[in-house]
Ligand binder design. Structure first.
Ligand code: ADP
Ligand code: ASP
Ligand code: MG
Length: 410
């Protein structure tokens, strides 16, 4: 008998029929003799609707109220799944984040899980119940409802698996594993049997939304092996796990893209010590994460600075940067929302050279201009004009020979 944590995403619980399908899968796992804890997302589209409602009321809704609002989507899906299981004759019980409780910090809309009390869940499991937990939400020490950021149910699931020392953590979604790139964009993408935590961390942070980045951080920290698979079939999925020797032999494992960032440039800043901190401190105080940064070589005592921020924080960021730019005597600020970041990822890059130059060459052959570049040990990212995103992903996928071998042979 094992303790199994399963997470079902929005599409998997998008209709009553699909919730029934999930209930049958959960019941089968239980009937096979396992203890089962299920983490569920809101029904497909519901969180977007809630976000839109909040934004309709005001441009910058109070972060506390925003979380109270967007956390409600999951309340519907957990209770429906629980009712479904009960009507099939099973003991099932749903829990909101605060009822467990899943304790987080107070960073509304991007809270981090700090502690999970597993007492009630363990007691219920002992009594033969199937436990259904609302993903994406928690409660801070002051009793405020918090949410974990978009896609946060993945993190709820991995955190529950870590807290309960579960034997298995399965993330059920609408594709049957992790592919070399988004299979909806490139149908030739191939499914990976396994991927290392570090590669998955890079892929998630570079735009592959199949897993929320924090879920992978959690999994790596607590050694939780994640099995990503489809809720619509029984195909084996992809294991996200510790790196092994096979993984090193592949130069590039995946290609990702991200259209969710915007670029901000500050022109003719007096080039003095402390300038970068003057520009970036107010952004970090506002909880805005800055991603890529480029500072031009200084000429006649002035320099230009360009960086990217999440599009969701763009308006807030521009306002803050314009104020700081005035204070430090810069000549102006310009924003650009029409950008995308395309990246290649692979642990094999550590031991092979020439990969970045192949990427630049591939993009240039298509006439795609590279605006910014950033690299790490296992990834290379380029910012390009967003209209070229799909083309860039396709040609990179081909250049690094990632397509399904059987499809190529046809
Ligand atoms: P869920 O609602 O189940 O959490 P998500 O929409 O968050 O599902 O994640 C699944 C989606 O991730 C897929 O439908 C797919 O389009 C997208 N995706 C992006 N990159 C990849 C990738 N490399 N492999 C698999 N899916 C990917
Ligand atoms: N419902 C939330 C979202 O849409 C959390 C999740 O689905 O993981 O972002
Ligand atoms: Mg998701």
């Amino acid at each position: 008998m094992a303790l199994v944590v399963q997470k079902y995403g929005g599409t998997s619980v998008g209709t009553i029929e699909r919730i029934r399908n999930v209930a049958r899968r959960v019941a089968k796992t239980y009937d096979d003799g396992n203890d089962v804890v299920v983490v569920v997302s809101a029904m497909a589209g519901e969180t977007n609707k809630l976000v839109a409602l909040a934004n309709e009321v005001c441009e910058f809704p109070s972060e506390r109220e925003y979380d109270v609002m967007v956390a409600t989507g999951e309340q519907v899906s957990i209770s429906l799944l629980s009712m479904c299981l009960q009507s099939m004759g099973y003991k099932a019980k749903s829990y909101l984040g605060f009822q467990i409780p899943i304790i987080t910090d107070s960073a509304y809309s991007k809270a981090r899980i700090q502690k999970i009390d597993d007492k009630k869940v363990r007691e219920d499991l002992k009594n033969g119940s199937i436990i259904i937990v609302a993903g994406f939400q928690g409660i801070d020490k002051e009793g405020n409802i918090t949410t974990l950021g978009r896609g946060g149910s993945d993190t709820s699931a991995v955190a529950m698996a870590a807290a309960l020392k579960a034997d298995v953590c399965e993330i059920y979604t609408d594709v049957d594993g992790i592919y070399t790139t988004d299979p909806r964009l490139v149908p030739e993408a191939s499914k990976m049997e396994k991927i290392s935590y570090d590669e998955m961390l890079e892929m998630a942070s570079l735009g592959s939304k199949v897993l929320q980045i924090r879920s992978v951080e959690f999994a790596k920290k607590y050694n939780v092996v994640i099995h990503v698979r489809s809720s619509f079939n029984d195909n084996p999925g992809t294991l996200v796990t510790k790196e092994d020797a096979d993984m090193e032999t592949v130069l590039v494992s995946g290609v990702t893209y991200n259209k969710d960032e915007a670029k901000i440039s500050v022109f003719r800043i007096p080039d003095k010590p402390g300038i970068a901190s003057r520009i970036f401190s107010p952004l970090s105080h506002a909880n805005i994460t800055v991603d890529m940064i480029i500072q031009n070589v200084s000429s006649d005592g002035y320099t230009d600075l360009t960086f990217t921020v999440p599009k969701t924080d763009y308006k807030k960021a521009i306002k803050i940067v314009e104020e700081t730019a005035k204070e430090v005597g810069a000549s102006g600020v310009k924003g650009d929302e029409n950008i995308a970041k395309v990246s290649i990822v692979g642990v094999g890059m550590r031991s092979h050279s020439g990969i970045a130059s192949k990427m630049f060459q591939t993009l240039s052959q298509e006439g795609i201009n590279i605006q910014m570049i950033s690299t790490s040990e296992i990834k290379v990212s380029c910012v390009i004009e967003s209209k070229y995103t799909e083309l860039a992903v396709r040609v990179l996928h081909e250049a690094f020979d990632l397509a399904k071998k059987d499809v190529k042979a046809e």
